[in-house]
Design a binder for this molecule. Structure first.
Ligand code: NAP
Length: 286
């Protein structure tokens, strides 16, 4: 399959690039914002036609959760309009659109994992724009899949793991919330899962939703403690409540995704979060 990965300079995009180097099955085209702005409808349409693209995996997005509160127009432009541009471009070549969404479409009031049909209720501008992006996919893309994921990290770009590693070696104490519960996702694991999912999808797939994260459940405090132990950081990690720290956007207190669907349909084993974290840390500290 000829696969276009948009936003390929981001964490997930770079994880796809790394994986593609070892993949003999598909042909990949990687475009960052400079090479292909997903807001430029004509450029995107021409690109997919010219290269005979059969599948678009959209890794582009506005992902700065706090900034989005003051920058909502830009977040909406990218997370909603950009998605509709990609949907129409995919339709123009009868291609499949794979779109990435987030656990932040939920309000976190549940006490058991969210499955794909759970009711949504985003608490933040970022979450609202991502949910509206899903609606664009559902309404406009004739062949489409939405992958919801959570707490993405990788050896690349900005993410919690890299922040704790850096701050944990510079500061004596770090305060980390223990009342936001979820599951981290190692971006290379997610990239692999998406590529494994493609051949299992029917030609006529439209608007199918799949959850994916690493296995296990934890708080951000637990993740920070695991990083601290594995990387032998000299700093103390202090558990604090969300209400005790300054953050602009509201985040769900509980956003564990139920992965039963992808696991059963693909007979997939998903790595436990601490195992993938260890792999990421080994790479970052090599
Ligand atoms: N990060 C998380 O914790 C998380 C959790 C759940 C779901 N997700 C979703 O997973 C997806 C990938 O996330 P990520 O963490 O890999 O994101 P990321 O690292 O922020 O990468 C997003 C990429 O999109 C690019 N981009 C921005 N505007 C663009 C445009 N107009 N055209 C083309 N590319 C553009 C960005 O380029 P610039 O940097 O140059 O602007 C950046 O390289 C997103 O849809 C996100 O919502 C993320």
């Amino acid at each position: 399959m000829k696969i276009l990965v948009t936003g390929s300079a981001g964490q997930l995009g770079r994880s796809f690039q790394e994986m593609a180097a070892k993949d003999q099955v598909h042909t990949y085209f990687f475009t960052d914002k400079q090479a292909l702005d997903i807001l430029s409808e004509e450029s995107v349409r021409q690109y997919v036609k010219h290269h005979g693209v059969e599948c678009i995996i959209n890794c582009a997005g506005y992902t700065a959760v706090d900034l989005a509160e003051q920058d909502s127009a830009e977040a909406r432009e990218l997370n909603v309009k950009g998605v509709s541009v990609l949907a129409r471009a995919a339709n123009a070549v009868d291609g499949l659109l794979v779109h990435i969404s987030t656990d932040y479409i939920f309000d976190g009031k549940a006490c058991r994992p969210y499955n794909e049909s759970a009711s949504t209720n985003p608490l933040s501008t970022y979450g609202r724009t991502k949910l509206d992006g899903e609606v664009e996919v559902l309404l406009n893309a004739k062949r489409s899949v939405i992958i919801r994921t959570s707490w993405l990290y990788s050896p690349f770009g900005h993410n919690f793991v890299r922040t704790i590693l850096k701050k944990g070696s510079e500061e004596d104490r770090l305060r980390v919330v223990y009342d936001q519960i979820g599951s981290p996702t190692y971006a290379p694991d997610l990239a692999r899962a998406i590529i494994d999912l493609l051949p299992a999808l029917p030609q006529s797939v439209r608007g199918a939703i799949y959850n994916y994260s690493n296995e296990g459940v934890c708080s951000w405090f637990d993740v920070a403690m695991a990083i601290s132990e594995m990387a032998e950081l000299p700093c103390e990690i202090m558990p604090v409540r969300t209400k005790d720290i300054k953050s602009v956007a509201m985040r769900p207190h509980y956003s564990v995704l139920d992965k039963s669907r992808i696991k059963h349909e693909l007979n997939m084993d998903i790595p436990y979060w601490r195992e993938s974290l260890r792999i990421c840390l080994q790479r970052l500290m090599a």
